[in-house]
Design a protein around this ligand. Sequence first.
Ligand SMILES: [Zn+2]
Length: 115
Amino acid sequence: MKKANQIKENNRVRTIITCSDCGATTFTNTGIDTKTTQQAIQRSCGTCNPPQNPLINQGWWLELGLDKNPYVYGPMQRLRTGRQYRMEEARRMGWMSWTWNDEYSSERKGLIQNK
Ligand SMILES: [Zn+2]
């Protein structure tokens, strides 16, 4: 629970919010009956419940038992799904119904004969 006390300091309104569990004080520069102060009263005490942020952005190398980044990154394969590559692959493997005489014609002979 929290206790709020509105005071006037240097001709300015200030609300002192005191945690009744640990005695930590916070303040808002608004009156006690404002939304800002009411939200501050209702939220849990930051001293009693310190924010436990999970340590994100930890290095992936920690999962591998390393204490620092080894800077070993695998090769990023180019995605061979483009039309140009698939056409070249089909031509190379003789998957096309129409072929022509080129540098792959000798390789294709075996494939076609095995069918
Ligand atoms: Zn507290």
